[in-house]
Design a protein around this ligand. Structure first.
Ligand code: FES
Length: 209
């Protein structure tokens, strides 16, 4: 039998009883209190007392690797875009749009997240740490172990893996090979350098030997 629900006018269709104005009011009482809105939605958000950002560029300060970084962003921009184009930090990579590769891994308030799935504006007031924090004159043991074990080919996945390995070993410093394999299953390497990445992680577990 033909479903006629699509032929009904909007007045005939049952409603959820939850309209957009109520949505904005709900959002306003939630933590973010930030709306990305335009046109009629903008007016409704303002009426509901929600702070509206955009749609144009806005200067915000992000706390990146312990430093305040002022960047101009549009509200639609991801944290990955803000880091790469606003801060010049190109370690985290744009590989997958759904976080399936792990290539854009960063820490946000101590937890690993894919920078390309988080809006930059959401990160104002949070502590962002990138793979660059593990480099410098005294590189982190994970970075050194990647070099020792030749744990990269094209290197595009490497920063995401380095963050993942550092994060995993911080939680499980005596991890076994099996645990490391399971712990890194959120990262992909198209070049297939997995065996060397595992060896690098095991080297860190063994104290760099
Ligand atoms: S080294 Fe090329 S994608 Fe991993």
């Amino acid at each position: 039998m033909k479903d006629s629900s699509f032929e009904k006018t909007s007045a005939q269709r049952p409603t959820s009883g939850y309209n957009r104005r109520e949505f904005f009011k709900g959002a306003g009482t939630a933590a973010a209190a930030t709306a990305i809105a335009g046109g009629a939605g903008l007016a409704e958000a303002q009426e509901a007392g929600v702070a509206v950002v955009g749609p144009g560029m806005k200067k915000v300060t992000l706390d990146v690797n312990g430093q305040p970084r002022e960047v101009a962003i549009e509200p639609r921009m991801s944290l990955l875009e803000a880091l790469r184009y606003g801060c010049g930090l190109t370690g985290a990579k744009p590989v997958s749009i759904d976080a399936s590769s792990g290539a854009s891994n960063v820490w946000i308030d101590g937890k690993v997240a894919s920078a390309n799935t988080v809006l930059a504006i959401e990160c104002v007031g949070k502590k962002i740490r990138t793979v660059e924090s593990l480099g410098g004159d005294k590189p982190d043991a994970v970075v050194t172990a990647f070099v020792h074990n030749d744990a990269m080919q094209c290197g595009f996945c490497t920063p995401g893996f380095v963050v993942a390995v550092r994060n995993f070993l911080d939680q499980k410093p005596n991890a076994t090979e099996e645990e490391i394999r399971a712990g890194l299953n959120g990262n992909l390497c198209r070049c297939g350098t997995y065996a060397n990445v595992i060896m690098a992680a095991l080297e860190v577990v063994k104290g760099g030997k």
